[in-house]
Design a protein around this ligand. Structure first.
Ligand SMILES: C[S@@+](CC[C@H](N)C(=O)[O-])C[C@H]1O[C@@H](n2cnc3c(N)ncnc32)[C@H](O)[C@@H]1O
Length: 244
């Protein structure tokens, strides 16, 4: 199965549990809407990777009447879940890396979906090309400091974690000349590392980086034990803001 199908399948299977575990995702969506600020005129909006609609609901509540929101996701089950409570928004299944829309859009927004893209620099360039003059791309994704404590515990045992290689803020900014990127790290407390793993599963976010060899159950148990209880885990949320 392709990695994209694996990612979409994991999120589809988690649509019903996603929001029970989405603490960092709520913070990221709130930060994005706060950064957007007040808007006087209706906007044409494209949202990518809408999931169950955490950001979609916030945009629909914030933007002026007459705004047109097209919310999209790779997972049909996520699209269905998000669409249930938002009749004013148009929903579609779409791969953000191959958008079948022409725009132009006044705002392209995406919260914590871009960390799943296979080619982020190419996707950012493609999305910038869909912006109307004066348009804005606002996106949150995960940065290099994400799950640092989990990765350290692996290193201490001489093994590598399945956490994908996320960029730091300057690296992300360099992917789209003119973009400004801010790091907004959030450290969450979990009962223990097993609870952290279960929460990733509830989110549908358990797909490891390409080529990762799973650890043995014994190695996982040792890492969980080494991390103690409670355990702190950092989500390094990066906020990218680009205006054309
Ligand atoms: C962590 S969830 C974030 C959902 C929502 N934006 C939020 O803030 O809660 C990531 C979402 O991105 C979607 N996704 C992953 N890769 C994608 C792609 N290439 N194109 C569109 N959506 C994608 C997943 O299906 C999932 O719903």
């Amino acid at each position: 199965m392709s990695r994209k199908k694996t990612i979409a399948g994991a999120f589809s299977a988690a649509a019903a549990t996603y929001e029970t575990a989405a603490r960092a995702q709520v913070r990221a969506a709130d930060s994005l809407v706060e950064r957007l600020g007040p808007t006087a005129t209706p906007l044409r909006v494209l949202e990518l990777g809408c999931g169950t609609g955490l950001l979609t609901r916030r945009l629909a509540a914030t933007l002026p009447a007459g705004s047109q929101i097209l919310a999209t996701d790779l997972s049909p089950v996520m699209v269905q879940a998000a669409g249930a409570g938002l009749p004013s928004v148009t929903f579609a299944v779409m791969d953000a890396e191959a958008p079948h829309v022409t725009g132009p859009f006044d705002l392209i927004a995406s919260s914590l979906a871009a960390q799943w893209f296979a080619d982020l620099p190419a996707t950012l360039a493609r999305l910038a090309g869909l912006l109307a003059p004066g348009g804005r791309l606002l996106l949150t994704t995960l940065g290099a400091g994400t799950f640092a404590q989990w990765k350290d515990a692996h290193r201490a045992l001489g093994v590598e974690s399945g956490v994908p290689d996320y960029p730091d803020a300057p690296t992300l900014a360099a992917m789209l000349p003119g973009a400004r990127v801010e790091s907004l790290p959030l450290t969450l407390s979990y009962k223990d590392a097993r609870t952290f793993l279960l929460s990733l599963q509830a989110l549908g976010a358990q797909t490891p980086k390409p080529g990762h060899r799973p650890l043995s159950p014994g190695q996982v148990r040792r890492i969980i034990k080494a991390m103690g209880s409670p355990c702190a885990i950092t989500w390094d949320i990066l906020l990218l803001d680009y205006r054309i």
